[in-house]
Design a protein. Structure first.
Length: 87
């Protein structure tokens, strides 16, 4: 659901688990919730609600990151680069 939201330039807030921080460019392309707890979510949501004017730019940065790193073409290029590095 994270990439789908990014594809529509919808600002994303997600728990800092697995690859989520990297997907969201460590907070530059979305909101990374840390610590992963009720209090962590409460604090992050309070920050988001305190500055709703920032949401369009966060969504735009998420969209740009998705276009650069997570389209089929971008993923294929990354695989080819990895294969070339091994060969």
């Amino acid at each position: 659901m994270i990439l789908e939201a990014m594809a529509w330039a919808v600002p994303v807030a997600a728990s800092a688990v697995c690859a989520v921080p990297e997907m969201l460019d460590f907070g530059r392309a979305g909101f990374v919730v840390e610590p992963v707890s009720v209090s962590g979510w409460r604090e992050q949501l309070a920050k988001i609600l305190a500055d709703p004017a920032a949401l369009p730019s966060v969504g735009r940065r998420g969209f740009e990151r998705m276009q650069q790193h997570y389209t089929v073409a971008a993923m294929a290029d990354a695989y080819l680069d990895a294969i070339d590095a091994v060969l």
